[in-house]
Ligand binder design. Structure first.
Ligand code: ATP
Ligand code: MG
Length: 355
């Protein structure tokens, strides 16, 4: 029997990333397979702090491919990089083997290379539509510099504590928790740096989310150490990148994609926000910031373009006064776009079956 790239890739789906339940193919670390006359070359790029990981993967890949009928020889080419972000202090960092957020099946981040592109709006809308698919959903706002959940949802009460655990707030079954609830808004910026880690640890350790299918995480904007450390602690299953159509935002979005790829977090797709202007009176769509940039970028990076969300004046008004989620729910174009986005994301992380 002759093995092809596809049959070998299929077989490699049985190889788990050491210490995790995820397989190396879905992790996206198998970069290429070349097979000729029974000689198979497998190229694997792995980023891991633990230096025993590449060896373990190499052995397991070689063993798996060698066991396939028709394979005479296997060469595994490993490329190993150690993530460069500084680890947090050893006693505050959860051990990789220790499960973070038990009871939460999957964790996805909504991130952006730069601020103000609509990341929090997308995170909230995505969480809402995932819930409408029948999933148990939580929204965790980790953006300590500009916590959005209190504003987005008009919630200013403090969450309750029960049995030494913080209970998330509830909006029609959607569970909400914000760094803004843990840190007073008046806290001077200069104190916030170390508090980010402390509050993040508290978030991961002390919030009782119950059983969730998916936790949507609103990360702080940017691609620095704080974002990397948080992403690593949360042990993300995937990331959605939000951008606006302008070139500068797209350049930053590219940095966001690169950051997650470096940490082996699968990119679920790119969302272009404020893609066009939708006139509230005549529904005419104008591409005021240009068009097609995010689509081209997504194609270049080989990731899906999850949505092109128009700029909707009702949403601006709702953000200040009322309930932006209500604005999303009741706006035909926005709600359809968010629903599509939620379906693609849920499929890609295996929460619902592909159609
Ligand atoms: N598609 C849209 N149409 C109209 N207004 C929008 C849209 N998306 C976001 N906004 C508005 O733009 C502002 C910024 O959005 P949001 O707070 O979601 O961005 P962000 O990327 O989370 O910002 P920050 O970096 O400050 O956290 C908000 O007032 C929001 O209501
Ligand atoms: Mg925000």
């Amino acid at each position: 029997m002759t093995q092809t790239k596809d049959t070998i890739l299929e077989a490699l789906k049985s190889v788990k990333f050491p210490g995790l339940s995820r397989d190396i193919v879905s992790f996206g670390i198998v970069k290429d397979i070349i097979t000729k006359d029974g000689v198979v070359n497998v190229f694997v790029d792995v980023a891991a702090r633990d230096e025993s990981v590449p060896g373990k993967i190499e052995d397991e890949v070689a063993r798996t491919v060698r066991a396939l009928p028709g394979v005479k020889e296997v060469q595994v080419h490993m490329k190993w990089t150690q993530p460069s972000s500084a680890p947090a202090s050893p006693h505050s960092r959860p051990e990789p083997s220790e499960p973070v957020l038990p009871g939460v099946r999957t964790k996805i981040a909504v991130a952006s290379g730069k601020g103000g592109v609509g990341k929090s709006t997308v995170a909230a809308g995505l969480a809402l539509m995932l819930q409408k698919l029948g999933l148990e959903v939580g929204l965790a706002d980790f953006d300590i510099y500009g916590p959005s959940v209190p504003t987005l949802f008009g919630i200013h009460e403090k969450p309750r504590v029960f049995d030494n655990k913080i209970l998330p707030l509830d909006r029609n079954g959607l569970k909400l928790m914000s760094m803004g609830f843990l840190v007073e808004p008046e806290t001077p910026m200069i104190w916030r740096g170390p508090m980010v880690h402390q509050a993040a640890d508290q978030f991961l350790r002390d919030v009782n989310w119950g059983e969730l299918d998916v936790l949507v995480v609103d990360l702080p904007p940017g691609t620095g150490d704080a974002q990397m450390t948080l992403s690593q602690r949360i042990q993300l299953d995937g990331a959605v990148i939000v951008s606006t159509p302008q070139d500068l935002a797209l350049i930053d979005a590219r940095k966001g994609v690169a950051m997650f790829q470096k940490m082996n977090v699968p990119i679920l797709g790119i969302v272009e926000n404020m893609s066009s202007f939708l006139c509230p009176h005549c529904n005419h769509e104008s591409h005021i910031f240009g068009h097609g940039g995010a689509e081209a970028e997504a194609r270049r990076l080989g990731v899906p373009l999850l949505a092109e969300l128009p700029l909707v004046p009702q949403l601006v008004a709702a953000a200040d006064s009322g309930d932006p989620l209500m604005a999303i729910e009741t706006h035909d174009v926005l709600s359809a776009a968010f629903q599509n986005m939620a379906e693609s994301v849920a499929q890609r992380i295996g929460l619902i079956a592909a159609q």
